[in-house]
Design a protein around this ligand. Sequence first.
Ligand SMILES: C[S@@+](CC[C@H](N)C(=O)[O-])C[C@H]1O[C@@H](n2cnc3c(N)ncnc32)[C@H](O)[C@@H]1O
Length: 413
Amino acid sequence: MSKQNQNQKQNQSQKRKKKENLGRIISKVTQEEMNEKIKEFNNKAGWEQSGSIPIPEKYIEKVEQTIPTFDSEEKEKEMENINKNKYANDCRRYWDIFYKRNTNKAFKNKNYIYDEWFKPLIEGEMCDKLPLTCLEVGCGTGALIYPVLRRSENSLKFIGFDLSDNAIEILKNDEEYDPKKVLSAFAYDIVKKELPEEIVKTNSIDICTLCFVLSAITPQNQLLVLKRLFSYLKPGGVLFFRDYARYDLSQVRFNQETSRIAEKLYVRVSGTLSYFFEKKEIHDLMTQAGFEVIECDYLHKEILNRKELLVMHRIWLIGKFRKPFKKQNENQNEKENEIENEKENEINEKEEEENEKENEINEKEEEKEKEKEKENSESEITEKEKVNLKIKENEKKIQNEQNGQNTEINTQK
Ligand SMILES: C[S@@+](CC[C@H](N)C(=O)[O-])C[C@H]1O[C@@H](n2cnc3c(N)ncnc32)[C@H](O)[C@@H]1O
């Protein structure tokens, strides 16, 4: 082995140890604390054991010390850093390499999802609309689609797409692949373009599933993706969400110096991205996209390593969101328009009234002016007549005088 390779290996193992140590510092407990945890867990009924438990404040405090929040200056640079980042710019390539290496072992089969998401809809609120069409976003190799299809019989049909060609190829080569149940599976980048209309029409999908996918998309594109998914759902359709949340074990394990490209965005060793959400963020993104929030919460589980006295905290965000029968924005816009129209009508009515009044006043003034004009013209006539009379009188006088002079001259003659 060359010296360069040796150094590289040493560096890598040092980094790994540093990461592991950080995780240990945060999750290490005493034997007594571990015994207490085991007792608590054993006292719970089976269904409670899989449920969420409150996130201990002590844990959050510890994590916050090791994962500092960004100040405003760092926040300003975030977008720029993401835009410049080669992993953020070339996601497709890294996901393709990832699936080539890991094939269909990349992600665990989601056997729990049918009971959590689909069963209540198939047996309950959507039972009269079967078979339902589900759009599985970022479906990978089918870790969600196949376990769900095994349980759903003929009540569900899937359309799945993923950024990676390799993932889709693996999905289609699976022995369970049945084109009658998986209507379409194709490689596609939902950030770049709307889905092809001939495969996914607007208002055509009953259920949309977004399972650990939004975290693989840069924060500046997340809202755009949700808006697109919103448009494909039928009014009343449901979107299920599950993804990484802030302070999850995996965030703690990231190398905070080299893997972090934004406050909550990291690059994995494979070159793929991972974002860690807060509840408010998802709540706001979904409502901005037009969804009604039915459920949105943290799911926290403790994983116990009894031998090494480690309590590991897995924290995810789970949610159920509905496309309202009428888009909320539309409702709001309609109300706003109605109010505006009413206001406009009121203003118009007032303006009309004022115009009428003005017209009346103008008419009256016009009449007055006409009368004045008449008066003036009458008086002008009398004035003229007077002048004419005077002129005539003067003319008569002059004539008389002249006549008088003539008679005088004649008598002198
Ligand atoms: C963490 S994996 C989850 C895979 C699968 N949903 C699961 O839970 O097993 C994230 C997946 O999202 C896909 N993905 C990331 N960005 C995408 C995009 N812009 N359009 C479509 N798929 C994308 C990736 O290729 C990858 O398969």
